[in-house]
Design a protein around this ligand. Structure first.
Ligand code: FAD
Length: 385
């Protein structure tokens, strides 16, 4: 384990960076977290990636280790299976397991991120500095160049132990590219995504089945919806960038409304802000990143999306990143040599991360296509709802 005097710097106060800071603090370290965005607890940020997300056993296990699972679950909505919405006809329910104990949970990304930041700070050992963008790094030396976006000033950090949790477009990963043995494959999906809202009904009631992940599978594209605590659902429309039915083909309100009327008539009736939201909200990209090595010189280590960005169709990106924190914590407990600990971390995590990355792409095909196939429905023991 590094000595408690080591300067530990976490780059990125997203979901994984905030949880990692908490884990490191619990081992007695003082941790500085550098986050390029303003503090989301004080300022409303532009709509970013996914309003809610699914947290599963892996992620909950990581929260349990630091005593946060119970509070997180108070804000989560169990989803016991998928509700499939055909173009016409009855809805079908595909349970996730034999009984209700097997479920995933819908949780607000913003709430979870704020919660983790606050709990990390409450240890008294974590300071999160906002509007601090890492622009350059020397991974083997543990050196960072940091731009203060509030003042425009730049400062240099030296001799730090750096944990790069700065997401799929990681600047720390970028810097690792200067290492002779580093390789990275990045594959952008030919689909993008857009978030839309089904507001709560009268008196805050859910306008569809609350305890389910809703899917409108349509072959090359699909719509999904996850429930929120306030009775609303956040829908995500996944569409190809180009082609006959694509973001490129839906350029006018008329085209969009006609498309929804034809393909998602029940959802259209529940999304009053369809046109406004579709044309004003950003369209998200999705990328798979596989890279190695994740570390340099016992000074720098990548975790979370920075090490292994995956497409969201297994709902496992954050869950895997949380599992990284558990794995690293266990290694730091027994391995005083950081170089060894980082190597062992990569050995333990890389095969799993690569496997889930491939499974996530495969699950896109299952979700958008096979969930609507009658043979698939039969195999899965589907119930009507
Ligand atoms: P991020 O969440 O990207 O956080 C990175 C942080 O680093 C950010 O705060 C960013 O501002 C900061 N940063 C970036 N660059 C710099 C820099 N140069 N200097 C300083 N700070 C910087 N996962 C699940 O487990 N379940 C789901 O249901 C799920 N649904 C998803 C739905 C969608 C549409 C998408 C796109 C993803 C989904 N994911 C899901 C994946 C999940 O969002 C990611 O795996 C998770 O956010 C990774 O966390 P992270 O902390 O590694 O990265």
């Amino acid at each position: 384990m590094p000595s408690n005097e080591s300067k530990l710097t976490v780059v990125g106060a997203g979901l994984v960076g905030s949880l990692l800071a908490l884990y490191l603090a619990r081992r007695g370290h003082t941790v500085e977290v550098l986050e390029r965005r303003p503090d989301m607890r004080r300022e409303t940020l532009d709509a970013g990636r996914s309003i809610n997300l699914a947290i599963s056993t892996r992620g909950l296990h990581a929260l349990r280790q630091v005593g946060l699972e119970e509070e997180a679950l108070k804000h989560a909505i169990p989803m016991r299976g998928r509700v499939i919405h055909p173009v016409k006809g009855e809805l079908a329910f595909q349970p996730y397991g034999k009984d209700d104990s097997q479920h995933i949970n819908s949780l607000s990304r913003g709430w979870l991120n704020k919660f983790l930041m606050t709990r990390a700070e409450e240890t008294g050992r974590v300071s999160i500095r906002f509007r601090q963008r890492v622009t350059h790094a020397d991974p083997a030396a543990g050196a960072l160049t940091v731009l203060d976006e509030a003042t425009g000033e730049t400062r240099e950090l030296r001799d730090a132990v750096v944990f790069g949790t700065d997401g799929s477009g990681s600047a720390v990963r970028q810097a690792l590219q200067s290492q002779p043995d580093f390789r990275a494959d990045s594959e952008t999906l030919g689909h993008g995504y857009k978030e839309l809202t089904i507001p709560p009904g009268e008196g805050g009631r859910f306008q569809m089945e609350k305890h389910a992940l809703h899917i409108w599978p349509r072959g090359t594209y699909m719509l999904i919806a996850l429930p929120n605590e306030d009775g609303s659902f956040t829908c995500t429309l996944f569409l190809p960038w180009e082609g006959p039915v694509s973001f490129a083909s839906l350029q006018t309100p008329e085209a969009l409304e006609a498309f929804f009327q034809e393909q998602f008539p029940d959802a259209k009736a529940l999304i009053p802000g369809l046109v406004e939201e579709f044309f004003s909200r950003p369209t998200g990209h999705m990328v798979t990143v596989k890279c190695a090595p994740w570390h340099a010189g016992g000074r720098t280590l990548l975790l979370g999306d920075a090490a292994h960005a995956i497409v969201p169709f297994y709902g496992q990106g954050m869950n895997c990143g949380f599992e990284d924190c558990v794995a690293l914590d266990a290694l730091l407990a027994k391995q005083p040599d950081l170089g060894q600990a980082f190597r062992e971390f990569e050995r333990l995590r890389k095969t799993n991360a690569d496997a889930i990355a491939d499974m996530a792409v495969e699950n896109f095909i299952e979700m958008r296509d096979s969930t609507a196939d009658p043979r698939f429905l039969l195999e899965k023991g589907v119930e009507k709802v």
